[in-house]
Write a protein that binds this ligand. Structure first.
Ligand SMILES: NC(=O)c1ccc[n+]([C@@H]2O[C@H](COP(=O)([O-])OP(=O)(O)OC[C@H]3O[C@@H](n4cnc5c(N)ncnc54)[C@H](O)[C@@H]3O)[C@@H](O)[C@H]2O)c1
Ligand SMILES: O=C(O)C(=O)C[C@]1(C(=O)O)C=C[C@@H](O)C=C1
Length: 361
């Protein structure tokens, strides 16, 4: 691939464009909002000029309900030789594409399983898709050239291709993406009117569970509208689990020992099932789930501290698998939580302390 176009330069479009320009591809950017395209260009994601000839691949990165309409328009203009999209649901856009009479030989559905709770080009990251699954949903119509162009896009973005049928994709993401989004929103919604004293105590647990509750409501309405039945079925099952859990909690308070033991068994079962489910989530690059340990470092709230800490960790030869930063209420320090391989913890703690860092026990 030498040239690509990104239509819709929000979070996902700009992240893909940054990854492609980083690999030497010439990327043409367009968006219904010219400011979004100009911002993406200013970030180094490509150019807002129009291509003089059809590009090798156009990536349609607009909300799911607009994929068909935007694809039809791009194909009418002859923007590219092959086309893909990145929408979070696949059956709805596919039906729309067919209904609008689009060229389905040179179009393949796609969905990178990576994102953020923020929208727009300023939230984009070139490495957003690194090591993540990227679903492609070819049909019998799809040409080999189109499938290959999409596979090249996935590889250039550092992601792992997963070829699936659109309906199977939608059932899978109902479980691993759409239901978690709603549950995160529901847990966060409990905080809406909670008293300030309770909310101020928020630690990492509630932050982990509610991060995606900050996601864009309109985009999610679009996604959930296209997968409502399957998600509702999963929530029905969850509602039954919740009823059982509530009953177990009530039993824990029962004066009768047999009832209390039933409550204990019920809660243990919930926790055990959760442990088993969580342990099945793959690590980066589809590797078996990896357990990381957290090293907590207190840093001063001043420019450059984080960069300095990351530099030290890199010099110690340790890979940071994940990072979270917590600001202690009313203090001018931040607590940086570095997730690292268990085998690296001891050496890292010793090295950082020796270099004057405040590593928490
Ligand atoms: N946000 C995520 O975590 C995530 C992850 C994977 C896939 N997706 C999918 O990626 C797509 C884009 O999501 P996003 O998070 O980047 O949203 P976003 O809001 O950041 O960006 C969408 C962009 O599309 C533009 N747009 C809207 N209508 C357009 C049109 N007719 N022509 C050209 N541009 C138009 C908007 O102006 C906006 O800049 C969606 O289909 C979404 O389902 C999102
Ligand atoms: O990490 C996030 O912020 C996401 O919401 C990403 C996430 C998900 O994993 O559910 C959300 C929707 C997309 O379709 C794909 C990825």
């Amino acid at each position: 691939m030498r040239t690509a176009a990104v239509v819709g330069t929000g979070l996902i479009g700009t992240s893909a464009a940054l990854a492609l320009t980083g690999r030497g591809i010439t990327v043409y950017l367009e968006d219904a909002d010219p400011d979004a395209a100009r911002t993406a260009a200013a970030l180094g994601a490509g150019t807002v000029e129009e291509p003089e000839e059809p590009v090798d691949l156009a990536i349609v990165a607009v909300p799911p309900a607009l994929v068909g309409k935007v694809l039809a328009d791009c194909q009418r203009r002859g923007l590219a030789r092959c086309y893909t999209d990145v929408a979070s649901v696949k059956s709805g856009p596919r039906a729309e594409v067919a209904a609008l009479g689009c060229d389905t030989v040179h179009y393949i559905g796609g969905h990178p399983m990576a994102g953020r709770e923020q929208s727009g080009p300023l939230a984009a990251r070139a490495d957003l898709f690194e090591g993540r699954p990227w679903v492609l949903t070819p049909t019998p119509d799809t040409s080999t050239d189109t499938l290959n162009a999409a596979l090249e896009l996935v590889a250039l973005c550092g992601a792992m291709p997963v070829v699936m049928d659109a309906a199977a994709h939608d059932r899978a993401v109902a479980l691993v993406s759409h239901t978690p989004q709603l549950l995160s929103s529901l847990v966060a919604a409990r905080l809406e009117h909670a008293d300030e004293t309770s909310v101020r105590l928020a630690g990492q647990g509630v932050r982990d569970v509610t991060r995606i509750a900050a996601s864009d409501a309109r985009m999610w309405l679009d996604i959930l509208s296209a997968n409502a039945g399957v998600v509702a079925d999963i929530l029905d099952e969850l509602a039954a689990d919740l009823s059982t859990t509530v009953a177990a909690l009530r039993s824990l308070q029962d004066g009768d020992e047999a009832a209390r033991q039933a409550g204990v068994a019920g809660i243990e079962a919930v926790m055990r099932r959760g442990n088993h489910g969580q342990a099945r989530i793959p690590g980066k690059h589809g590797a078996p789930p990896t357990r990381y340990e957290t090293v907590v470092v207190a840093i001063g709230d001043q420019p450059g501290e984080l960069g300095r800490l990351f530099g030290e960790v890199a010099r110690a030869g340790v890979n940071i698998e994940d990072v979270a930063i917590d600001h202690s209420a009313g203090q001018r320090v931040g607590l940086v939580q570095l997730s690292v391989a268990p085998s690296a913890v001891h050496e890292l703690v010793v090295t950082l302390r020796a270099r004057g860092w405040n590593v928490r026990d």
